[in-house]
Design a protein around this ligand. Structure first.
Ligand code: ADP
Ligand code: MG
Length: 234
């Protein structure tokens, strides 16, 4: 039984009007626990829409998505909020840290919201920030801020780590370090990681690549010989 099943999922804005947009158009795929998936597509392909739906932050027009046998497209607001809190760790392009809190405090907030969290200091050590616990975001580089954001997402001990253009604001070298960290974290904590990006270089390190175009899946391929993140540059 797959951990995640997306079945005939569509997200249509302004349906049956002149402004109709099919952000997702009959998308179906399944994912197993521990998979490392890159969803690749141009700007406007529907990547953020898909990720936000899996993360319980947006709803489908049609279709369903099922996680651990629960049809999340059918649950009420309260259950959806519990689902987001317990099962989803989200990483954004621009980190979205709280600026007047330290690295440790940013992560501890997420720890305090979860039923089954990991330890904030241990997770910050594991993302390489053990010596930066008391620094605020303004005192950290972009790459370090993204490490804090990854620690904040993983400390909840979520089922999924969902990353929307996680290297989009970083230079190539820092970006490839972040990708390496995401791969290491997914193995260490046995998490299912889904990264959405327009960057085809990042897809080269993934064991599975789903290509999205105009809201549709164009291909879904297994990569038997993924590159090492240190060997990609863009
Ligand atoms: P991506 O992340 O791949 O760049 P998005 O998922 O953000 O793409 O958007 C997919 C399509 O849906 C785009 O054409 C976008 O303009 C459209 N879209 C997204 N949000 C809305 C909205 N609230 N209203 C209307 N159209 C939207
Ligand atoms: Mg997007």
């Amino acid at each position: 039984m797959s951990q995640l099943k997306i079945i005939n999922a569509s997200k249509i804005y302004n349906e049956n009007t002149d402004h109709e947009v099919k952000a997702l158009d009959d998308v179906s795929f399944e994912a197993d626990k521990g998979e490392f998936i890159v969803i690749l597509g141009a700007s406007g392909a529907g990547k953020s829409t898909l990720l936000n739906i899996i993360g319980g932050m947006d709803t489908l027009t049609r279709g369903s998505f099922i996680i651990d046998n629960v049809d999340i497209s059918k649950v009420n607001e309260k259950e959806l909020s519990i689902f987001r809190r317990e099962k989803i760790g989200f990483v954004f392009q621009f980190y979205n840290l709280i600026n007047n809190l330290t690295a440790l405090e940013n992560v501890q907030i997420a720890e305090s919201l979860s039923n089954n969290p990991l330890d904030s200091i241990e997770v910050l050590n594991n993302v390489g920030l053990g010596k930066r616990l008391t620094n605020t975001p303004a005192e950290l580089s972009g790459g370090e801020q993204q490490r804090v954001a990854i620690a904040r997402a993983i400390v909840k001990n979520p089922t999924f780590l969902l990353c929307d253009e996680p290297t989009g604001a970083l230079d190539s070298k820092t970006g490839s370090h972040i990708i390496k960290l995401l791969i290491d974290i997914s193995k260490k904590y046995n998490k299912t990681v889904i990264i959405v990006t327009h960057n085809s270089k990042i897809a080269e390190v993934a064991s599975r690549v789903i290509r999205l175009q105009d809201g549709k899946i164009k291909s879904d391929t297994i990569n038997k010989t993924p590159k090492k993140p240190e060997d990609i540059t863009w």
